[in-house]
Design a protein. Structure first.
Length: 434
């Protein structure tokens, strides 16, 4: 196969094709812009293809970069590109250099094909074409960016590229259950998800309304979503109250699904744990999906005029997560002497603050041999129950009226009851613990 690819005839054909792929995108771009397609003015498939073919032929003759044909071809290409660029600027009064750079890259790709770098040349051709094809989307994205979004992205870059490598990879000196670098990793992870959620919500949430806001926001922090929704109810005290209550129910459902997803990612090697937690939370999620579908069927889905978004980076949420993760982990170790009720207390307290932190603390203790699978499941189940119930508190703090609070209370009671029933049935236990 390699000998076939390295035959000169195949190289010549591929040399034209890789450039033609780029030229095809450029030609489609011209049509999209409704400009006159003239090969003498606007390079297309043939121009790009012939240019990359020139690069291929120039290195087929033995001698590599030192042979006269390669030097003559390179100089000729640069001169032609220079003349074309100057003529375009003078005629069209525009200084667009994207096509010029693409032509140079096309020549370089042709050279790579001629030198036998077939796979690399084809890959580069496809990648360049992709970059050119997403120009408009990237342009729209950049135009829609705010200064705080750019600085937030830079913050994440600094945390990942500069600070993370120098964070010591050591355990805590007290219980040796917490890794300092792991804590920092979780901090950066929460901040990154918060930033992505902010960008998505900014571009979709306002158009799609409260359900989208609740679903996307709950991927990061369902408590923050609940508080924001409750505050919105103080401004729009009308039929939207039902939609707000339903959106909080949706946030709880997404939170449960998030725990399932994180379990699959970080505990994929523990089949027994995945089967237990998957059956429990999966059953609750299935019932929640049915309940949400019933609530939204026939309900009003008006577009929300405005949803106030806070900072792209939720430092408070991330720090609270790390703090809760540490406290729950220490609590698990400390309460080992208390007995099984220690894990109950750790799960309930942690769940009211951050159920994700309870999950990671439980997995850390499970993988470290500190607790059993059953006790880990109990912690996560009770933490999830507490995380469902705390929506009533956050909604009340946010200023939700009694009608919303009553609907939230009913939804919380239903979900928690199903969760506890399924977990007790799945683990074969009652209120006394193993």
């Amino acid at each position: 196969m390699d000998s076939f690819l390295n035959q000169n005839l195949v190289k010549i054909i591929l040399g034209f094709i890789v450039g033609g792929i780029i030229g095809l995108e450029r030609q489609f771009f011209v049509v999209k812009e409704q400009e006159r397609i003239d090969d003498e003015v606007r390079p297309g498939v043939r121009t790009f293809g012939l240019l990359s073919l020139t690069g291929t032929i120039s290195v087929l003759i033995p001698g590599g970069y030192a042979n006269p044909l390669f030097i003559f071809s390179m100089v000729g290409v640069l001169v032609i590109l220079g003349i074309w660029t100057v003529a375009r600027v003078m005629q069209a009064q525009e200084l667009g250099i994207t096509t010029s750079i693409s032509l140079v890259i096309s020549f370089v790709i042709g050279v790579m094909i001629g030198l036998g770098e077939i796979i690399l040349g084809i890959t580069l051709s496809v990648f360049v074409t992709f970059v050119l094809s997403v120009k408009e989307r990237v342009k729209d994205l950049i135009i829609g960016l705010e200064y705080k979004e750019i600085t937030s992205a830079l913050h994440i870059g600094i945390l990942v590229l500069l600070l993370f490598p120098i964070i010591p990879d050591v355990e805590d000196p007290f219980f040796e259950v917490l890794n300092l670098r792991s804590l920092f990793f979780f901090l950066v992870l929460i901040l990154s998800v918060s930033f992505l959620s902010y960008v998505i919500l900014k571009r979709m949430g306002v158009r799609q309304g409260l359900p989208t806001f609740a679903a996307l926001g709950a991927l990061v922090n369902s408590e923050a979503v609940t508080t924001n929704l409750a505050k919105f109810s103080k401004v729009k005290k009308d039929e939207r109250n039902i939609l707000i209550a339903n959106s909080i129910l949706l946030a709880n459902l997404i939170m449960i699904m998030r725990i399932i997803l994180l379990s699959l990612i970080f505990a994929w090697q523990d089949l027994q744990f995945l089967l237990d937690i998957g059956s429990i939370l999966g059953a609750v999620s299935l019932f929640g999906i049915i309940l949400v579908s019933i609530r939204y069927t026939g309900g009003e889905k008006k577009v929300v005029e405005k949803i106030e978004l806070q900072s792209p980076l939720a430092y408070k949420t991330a720090l609270r997560f790390v703090f809760t993760f540490a406290i729950v982990s220490f609590t698990v170790v400390t309460l080992q002497q208390v007995g099984d009720w220690g894990y109950v207390i750790a799960g309930l307290i942690g769940g009211f603050l951050s159920n994700t932190a309870v999950l990671f603390s439980s997995l850390s203790s499970l993988q470290g041999g500190v607790i059993s699978v059953n006790k880990s499941i109990i912690m996560i189940t009770l933490g999830t129950a507490a995380a469902i119930a705390n929506k009533l508190i956050y909604a009340s703090v946010g200023g939700a009226d009694r009608r919303i609070l009553s609907r939230i209370a009913i939804d919380v009671l239903i979900l928690v009851s199903i969760l506890l029933f399924v977990s007790f049935w799945a683990l074969g236990i009652h209120f006394h613990l193993l």
